[in-house]
Design a binder for this molecule. Structure first.
Ligand code: ATP
Ligand code: MG
Ligand code: MG
Length: 412
């Protein structure tokens, strides 16, 4: 017996897919994974009929589609043309909709879409061609020649790998060359630097009928452009910030079509907009700063892992409910406070650094350890995470600090 007999196929089989499958098992859903690696994190947790192939390989996607009723994604860098074809020519439902994935997977097109809908974003301008001259003329013409600026790859970006902080006009050659190597020839765009005091995120769920609900706003801390720690809920002296962040996120997601969860990353600026960076704890600062949307992920998101233990319904369960058009679950926190620390591989390539934290966490009340079953602990690779729930922000911060202290230095 299953809550819904329709079969679901997921493009991509990493940790997000793994947690989707785990949530689906509670409802006894049939979920199949398309992924190159036969032993990927998602495939390990169920013995359904999985598929071997790349999530951007047209034939592989069609093979999966031929056996399911609904297709979804755990990554946005998929072959969207094939998803559009499947949506048009078959009865398979694709959620979120291919048109949404198409807009989001090109970060500049995404920014244009958001600007058109009056969602606040950092000023962004596309380069006419992928050259240093084009970069310099964009900065001169649109940003008064003021550096630093952020140069970004339009496509295939993740973990900051498509970003380059251009400190001066002299950096232009190096910036364009570096991104051309790492991100290919999919085009570049310039973003005005956002002098944020905090990075924040809100998970949003959109039902088939277009109903949109938000999870609490959280604070995300990044290390080398990779999310390392998340605190929920976002705490600021000005309690309106929580609501305003949820409003920006739900307004943004309301402009897209298709069902599913979306991760909305944002910047919280200091009072008066583009002010100075501050280092005090957020809760002590009288923030009423502007919120800018950084980017949207059309899928479950790292900043929403905490929802598994800390919210009434996890982002994974709600993604499945959304795409199956089942009643959406409540998004409220069921604990006063939660923290999440990513277990990122360190330079030495050994698992010991990560396992030290996981073992320590077993001694901490309220700590929940997740290991993703990945072989090969490369630097920066997401090997697992730990969520800590607690009665106070003080207690949770203390436990997160204790765990962070065990991390070997990132260049060890
Ligand atoms: P993800 O892995 O979240 O998909 P990504 O590779 O798409 O990341 P972004 O989210 O665009 O990259 O940027 C990564 C990080 O770089 C941000 O979280 C932020 O710390 C920093 N950053 C990006 N854009 C700006 C900006 N305009 N101003 C200041 N910092 C920025
Ligand atoms: Mg991104
Ligand atoms: Mg990002």
């Amino acid at each position: 017996m299953s809550i819904d007999n329709r079969r679901i196929g997921i493009l991509g089989g990493g940790q997000l897919g793994r947690m989707l499958l785990q949530a689906g098992q509670l409802l006894n859903l049939d979920i199949r994974v398309l992924e190159n690696d036969a032993n990927s994190p998602a495939k390990q947790v169920s013995n359904k009929e999985h598929f071997q192939g790349a999530f951007n390989d047209a034939d592989a996607i069609k093979s999966l589609a031929a056996t399911v009723d609904i297709l979804t994604v755990e990554i946005e860098h998929v072959n969207v043309a094939v998803l559009e074809e499947i949506e048009k020519t078959t009865n398979v439902q694709v959620s979120p909709s291919p048109s949404t994935i198409r807009v989001i997977q090109d970060k500049y097109t995404q920014k244009e879409h958001l600007m058109r809908h009056n969602i606040p974003v950092a000023k962004s301008i596309a380069l006419v061609e992928q050259s240093p001259q084009s970069l310099r003329s964009v900065v001169d013409a649109h940003l008064n020649g003021v550096y630093p600026v952020m140069l970004k790859a339009r496509k295939q970006a993740y973990d900051g790998k498509g970003n380059f902080l251009v400190k001066s006009a002299q950096d232009a050659e190096n910036a364009v060359e570096t991104l051309s190597k790492t991100a290919g020839s999919g085009g570049l765009y310039v973003e005005k630097l956002a002098p944020f005091v905090a990075e924040i995120a809100v998970m949003v769920v959109r039902s088939v009928g277009g109903n949109v609900v938000a999870y609490p706003a959280v604070e995300t801390v990044h290390e080398d452009s990779v999310c390392s720690v998340v605190f929920a809920p976002l705490q600021t002296a000005d309690s309106n910030v929580q609501q305003r962040a949820q409003d920006v996120a739900t307004n943004a997601i309301s402009t897209f079509s298709g069902a599913g969860v979306f991760g909305v990353e944002m910047f919280l600026l200091a009072d008066g907009g583009f002010g100075a960076l501050e280092k005090e704890p957020l809760i002590n600062r009288p923030l009423s700063g502007q919120i800018l949307l950084n980017e949207i992920a059309p899928r479950p998101h790292n900043s929403g892992h905490y929802t598994i233990e800390a919210c009434a319904t996890s982002q994974y369960a709600n993604h499945l409910r959304a795409i199956l058009d089942l009643p959406l679950g409540a998004t409220d926190l069921v604990v006063p406070y939660a923290g999440m620390i990513n277990l990122l591989g360190r330079n030495d390539g050994s698992e010991e650094g990560v396992l030290k934290l996981a073992r320590k966490a077993l001694e901490i009340p309220g700590a929940h350890v997740h290991l993703y079953g990945k072989a090969g602990c490369r630097k920066g690779r997401k090997m697992g995470h730990i969520t800590i729930v607690g009665e106070s922000s003080h207690a949770v911060h203390k436990s997160i600090d204790e765990l962070s202290a065990l991390l070997p230095p990132s260049d060890s």
